[in-house]
Design a protein around this ligand. Structure first.
Ligand code: PLP
Length: 390
């Protein structure tokens, strides 16, 4: 098997996971070495670590305009989503109804469906339009009251489409409901300010913003009940038991600090790279079409269908060319079914099947874009010649 050296791979799969920033690794290292104290210890050896964990909490809070006391460290974005949704269910004695969108990540989608199928919780999954966008007015006809939880993603992982989160949160709150947002893809890429968006709960994942895998954070607005998923000791103010994953917490804090400082670059240089990649692929590849809203999108993401060819085959050919991207089929389930996101957008089957996601980061440059733009038209032509659909 040919394994490209890391330095040779053109990595355009940053919505799947990101490279841990060298600055983050550097910040974490002492906590694998002689800073091994337990933050709960009374002695000063642990106390020093506790203070640094609290500084990391402030760094995470600063990324979203929250207060440190509103942040709970978790193991990942999925845990943060589960904690919010299942916690809400438990806090309301099971008498809840849930509203989500049809394009949520499985961390929200399957948690809500678990409560629907296993606990009889009424669930509404709001549709999106052909560009993957949701309309806040879709909430108008729904019953929303105290005991209603709406969970809507800030930005979609496959298309990058950014939902009108502020309008939806305001609409739900005005009618007494509770609002959760899965901001796993948005955090660090676009500005989030919970002082302006009245979300009650929000999920963040470290490995999507250049911290390591296995660390996340959940935001609970002050006054929002927090029901632990993991019971035990008093860590995280009783919200999540278990001795803290100190090195990773420190890493997440540093990554959030870096992300805040780099947001401008993400929104100018990375956006310009993404735009050029998209423009040239759409111009040079036969049958290419953009999936998702052309403007309201994360600056790093483009999702393109090539029509009549398999996304999986595109990925394998790109892989041979040393380019890592992602497809809208198979990756989530191991099956060749198009993703629920493409289906919810009503993308025709043969287009949905060929959807290919390129997601960039601050570590990409013009040469990476050049390589993809020169490789793709040949790959598409070759696969179209072999396709029974074309
Ligand atoms: N939510 C969204 C939108 C995601 O893209 C992901 C990961 O792909 C998750 C949640 C889950 O995050 P994690 O991998 O940290 O559990």
């Amino acid at each position: 098997m040919k394994v490209a050296a890391d330095t040779e791979t053109i990595y355009l799969d940053n919505n799947a996971t990101t490279r841990t920033a060298p600055e983050v690794i550097e910040a974490m290292m002492p906590f694998f070495g002689n800073r091994y104290g337990n933050p709960s210890s009374i002695h000063s050896f642990g106390g020093t670590v506790r203070r640094l964990v609290e500084r990391a909490r402030e760094q995470v809070a600063a990324l979203i305009g929250a207060s440190a006391g509103e942040i709970v460290f978790t193991s990942c974005g999925s845990e943060s989503d589960n904690m919010a949704i299942k916690g809400f269910y438990r806090e309301h004695g099971g008498k809840t109804r849930i509203i989500t969108s049809a394009v949520e990540h499985p961390a929200v989608r399957n948690t809500a469906r678990f409560l629907r199928d296993g606990r009889g919780v009424p669930l509404t999954e709001l549709p999106v339009d052909g560009e993957g966008m949701i309309s806040p007015s879709a909430l108008d006809s729904l019953e929303i009251a105290p005991g209603t939880l709406a969970s809507m993603m800030w930005a979609n992982n496959e298309t990058g489409v950014i939902f009108p989160i502020r309008e939806m949160a305001e609409a739900v709150k005005a009618r007494g409901g509770t609002f959760h947002t899965d901001a796993v893809q948005a955090a660090g890429k676009v500005r989030i300010n919970v002082k302006e968006v009245p979300a009650d709960m929000l999920a963040i994942s470290g490995h999507k913003l250049h911290a390591p895998k296995g660390i996340g954070a959940a935001y609970f607005r002050a006054g929002t009940p927090v029901a632990p998923l993991i019971h035990g000791g008093h860590q995280e103010g009783g919200a999540r038991a278990g001795t803290e994953n100190v090195p990773y917490i420190i890493g997440l804090g540093r990554a959030c600090e870096l992300a805040l400082g780099r947001m401008e670059e993400e929104n100018t240089r990375v956006r310009a790279l993404r735009d050029r990649l998209e423009r040239e692929l759409l111009a040079k590849c036969a049958g290419a079409k953009l999936n998702g809203h052309p403007e309201n999108r994360l600056p790093n993401t483009t999702n393109i269908s090539f029509g009549g060819i398999e996304g999986e085959a595109v990925l394998l050919h790109l892989d041979d060319a040393g380019i890592a991207a992602s497809s809208g089929s198979a990756c989530t389930t191991g099956s060749l079914e198009p993703s629920h996101v493409m289906m919810a957008m009503g993308i025709p089957y043969t287009y949905a099947h060929s959807s290919t996601r390129f997601s960039l980061s601050i570590y990409n440059n013009d040469l990476d874009v050049d390589r993809v733009v020169s490789a793709m038209p040949g790959i598409v032509d070759k696969l179209r010649r072999l396709s029974p659909f074309v």
